[in-house]
Design a protein around this ligand. Structure first.
Ligand code: SR1
Ligand code: MG
Length: 414
């Protein structure tokens, strides 16, 4: 047993030099390797390592939140990320980094290096096409959710994963607090632009919004439909000219499938609210529809073709009522959409007024203009919480109505 030590670039070299398989991927000797720290998220250390014949990504959890050393935290999150990666990689080939190694004493996950990729958030902010990655992401969520659910496997196969990922209590607590609780109470972690004071007060005073948030809390904690990524925002997705990879599965847990869908939709909607370029808004709206439609068609295709051996909606049960099965499938998908719209709204709210905010509005230098854009995003989210849209067309129509701003001449750079 080697006591845990936080890595620095030299420590990364020592760590890798002691692991022959990993060192051989890099080629040469430790002195030939270059280590670059690229830690960017809130929680962990991340290093990219370059050798004469290969590259690696090394990720280590810290005993605290990376961006707040006073916020202490157990180390086990990389263990959950490693388990998520090993579970999901074969189900969605080529859409995650390749898993290479996990060290349970140093809490170090080593995986494929995504050098040359950028986060989807950064790519979108620079005008990248949102539609092609959204199609891939719709397929990714459909496959990862369906194939880890009771729809694809007997309950005995689900049970070990359900038990294991239920242990991810530290990061589940963060989601429960930061996404589903803090924005609706006074808490020192919250912060927002002063111009939004009245909007936040009105949101918290609206009984329909509070009732919906309560229902979402219940869905999140009591609906273990599938293994979720658990933090599927646009910073958890990396893209290159040709490829998409879903990273950072440390928040993984069994939960409602609409949670992953909703987080992805939320970040497209936030990008939509953050621009006043009409063509860009149209592309983001099309991406929202593409994500959802791909998710639905791929999930239903899998359900019709890969449900052998599952204990839900078994063919024998429906042999005398095959049309009922189609009705129930449509009903299930509607339920996922209902959850997705609610979780999308909760995610938008927390990225505007909670602890971990989004950078989507950072290009707007004038504070009043920024507050105006954030207000329409907040009002879209509140609208979704007050009155759930029936389907994706109603969702995008609300987005159009709530966030279409007239062109502004205010000082901003894009
Ligand atoms: C303290 S962690 C804050 C946020 O960062 C992660 O990426 C998750 O989104 C989490 O809610
Ligand atoms: Mg992350």
């Amino acid at each position: 047993m080697t006591a845990y030590r936080t890595l620095d670039p030299e420590g990364v070299k020592h760590f890798l030099a002691a692991r022959r398989d990993l060192a051989e991927r890099l080629g040469g000797e430790a002195q030939d390797w270059t280590v670059r720290e690229v830690s960017d998220g809130n929680l962990n250390l991340v290093f990219l390592v370059f050798g004469p014949s290969g590259t690696l990504c090394v990720k280590q959890s810290l005993p605290h939140v990376r961006v707040d050393p006073d916020w202490k935290m157990p180390l086990d999150r990389t263990a959950f990320e490693a388990a998520w990666l090993r579970r999901i990689e074969p189900l969605a080939p080529g859409l995650t980094p390749a898993f290479l190694d996990f060290d349970p004493e140093q809490f170090v996950l080593t995986m494929e290096c995504l050098n040359g990729f950028v986060t989807l958030r950064e790519a979108l902010s620079k005008g990248a096409d949102p539609i092609a990655p959204s199609r891939i992401l719709g397929g990714f969520v459909a496959r990862s959710a369906f194939l880890t659910s009771y729809f694809a496997q007997p309950f005995e196969a689900v049970a070990p994963d359900l038990a294991f990922f239920s242990g991810n209590t530290t990061l589940t607590r963060i989601t429960v607090d930061l996404v589903l609780t803090d924005p609706y109470r006074e808490h020192p972690r919250n912060h927002w632009l002063p111009a939004l004071d009245a909007d936040v007060a009105a949101m918290r005073a609206d009984p329909r919004i509070i009732a919906r948030i309560g229902a979402l809390q219940e869905r999140f904690l009591t609906t273990p439909q599938a293994l979720l990524h658990g933090d599927l925002h646009s910073g958890s997705i990396m893209i290159s000219d040709r490829d998409v990879r879903v990273i950072d599965g440390e928040f993984s847990l069994y939960g409602p499938i609409g949670f992953d869908c909703g987080l992805y939709l939320a970040h497209l909607a936030v990008a939509h609210a953050a621009t006043n370029d009409v063509a860009r808004k149209e592309a983001l709206t099309a991406a929202i529809r593409t994500f959802w439609r791909t998710f639905c068609s791929d999930f239903l295709y899998l359900w019709k073709t890969q449900a052998n051996g599952a204990d839900l909606y078994t063919p024998t049960t429906f042999s005398n009522a095959p049309h009922e099965l189609d009705t129930l499938r449509a009903h299930f998908i509607s339920g996922v959409f209902h959850d997705a719209a609610g979780f999308a709204a909760a995610e938008i709210v927390r990225r505007l007024i909670g602890y971990a905010q989004t950078s989507d509005f950072d290009h707007i230098q004038d504070e009043q203009s920024k507050a105006d854009r954030q207000r329409v995003a907040l009002s879209f989210a509140c609208d979704l919480l007050r009155d759930a849209p029936a389907d994706i067309d109603a969702f995008t129509e609300r987005l159009r109505q709530d966030t279409d701003l007239p062109s502004t001449t205010s000082p901003e750079t894009t």
